[in-house]
Unconditional design. Sequence first.
Length: 654
Amino acid sequence: MSIYKETSIFSGRASAFRDFRLPLASNFNNPHGERRKNMQVILQVDKLSKRYGEQELFEGLSFGIGAGRKVALIARNGKGKSTLLKIIAGQETADGGSVVFRNGVTVGYLEQDPALDPDKEVFEEVFHAPSPALALVKAYERAMEAGDAEEIARLLPLMDAGEAWDLENRVKQILSRLKIDCHSRPVRELSGGQRKRVGLAKALIGNPGLLILDEPTNHLDAGMIEWLEEYLAKSQAALLVVTHDRYFLDRVCDQIIEIDDAGLYSYAGNYSYYIEKRQERLDARDAAAGKARALLRVEQEWMRRMPQARGHKAKYRVDNFRELKERATGDANERALTLDVQGKRLGKKILELERVNKRYGDLVLLDAFSYKFTRGEKIGIIGENGVGKTTFLDVITGKTPPDGGTIDTGETVSFGYYTQAGITFAPEDRPIDIARAIAEEVDTGNGRPLPVARFLERFLFDDKMQYTPVGKLSGGERRRLHLLTVLMGNPNFLILDEPTNDLDIVTLNVLEEYLRSFAGCLLVVSHDRFFTDKVVDRVFAFEGAGVIKDFPGNYTQYKNARDEEEAAREPAKKRPAPREKSPKERRITFNEQREMEQLEADMDALARERDDLTAALSSGTLPVADLERHSRRVAGIIDALDAKETRWLELSEI
């Protein structure tokens, strides 16, 4: 869904938040080296609060987003990321605080589950935006699709006059790269993945000044994700995104905002920088907690030895004891998912496929595919949407019969199948009831069965959450519950279909480590390239028409090998010959070398000033007059840096 807002310039002040800055060399550039020329703050969130009943999602959040910045929002599942985006997009109301946009800013919003009109055709839904130029492109595309020569002739001069051809090309690119070609199909007939892509296209086509995207990479294949990364990195629009895709975060985003139980933290860099600086923050916190624990031991001894001192004369010391206890246990909320379930013993014979075929009409999904699985294999399945990846999993597990060939499963094999659709439950079902319907106790492989309530706790479902209706859980919490039900059966052959969707990054890290140490077999379908690179050691690449390429290695290794093969197939004349330096080319002079050194010093000084101004602009503490003055200065600094860098590059090529 897309929304479009125009509001007055923000006023008042927002409380400051912590800011960790990048090194000078890389602080202000996106991963593609493109500079942000306009740094006005276009969105101001001030002291925002939201709770549902007794559950507090966030309290007093304040931050700002500058024009052109690419900002990612990171938090654990259930901490209100999607709710915060909905509040900013105007789809929900906050309990307190304000959200204000700079005058004239348009906002495009993609929900986690896009709210599309089921009665509209895809074409009408995609082009639903209040833009005269977009309406003109829509009419032109309709005429082209219908072959209406008279209407085309009428629209051509209007397209010229409205300078709509660039927009038309961009619209075609978006629809083509997202593979949206079912224009006349009703929205109600689309799959969940198709609906997500239509919602994404709708948000992008409107060309807003601020894009708010909730899990935009879900249901996109790797090629689509790579295109989206490039599109957003080059776009002049600001971005506020929630995503678990760590390569996306690293290549697109230049600011990370993290919400945890202690408040809000901002990191002026990409995901790699965020990981480094977050660990530094946690180390500092743990060191402070260690000191508090040492003092706490002294106070505890005093409290035990001198109960009579707890009267009014020593009340300050009792209060101090309580404060120290809070500081010493300040990391208690940093709970982690515990995955230590050991699968059943796996025999020699595991799973053998011999010339397996599957097709639907003219669509060939499997063509005489053969493979013999061995113990400990971890295989990733990659390929575009619609080439048969999920069908392959269904055939292996017996949910869908093959058209031909044989599938021989070993007697000791116990499948655990985590499906893309998840588990079926009623909104009023509770996690404890869902788990008990499977078993009262769980064998974790250490000889000591674990009561199901304790097993739920290991998956971060505390006593309260175990009795919370599933309909009130977040998408990530429901996914975690689905994973729990799969592992309760102690499988030794795990089959995971898009397991990373909706899981937070902390949970993903735990899942990755568990899968890497998993002694059984693993077969996983995932478009999350980081996840696949980290977990699998073999790839089944579905290339279409039933062709499956067996490649030893992870996703990046496969992609690099494929790119090299494609480059080798290109005619030699299309590849530019390497430039050879002439022996007569001159060397850089002493004065030019001195000039380069001065340019480097100037650029460092300008970069430091720019970083300080950027931090002030992002803090939300500046009055309007200072915002405008700082913005003009940042623009001037960027122009000066561009000129100096251009000259530095000229000298470096001598």
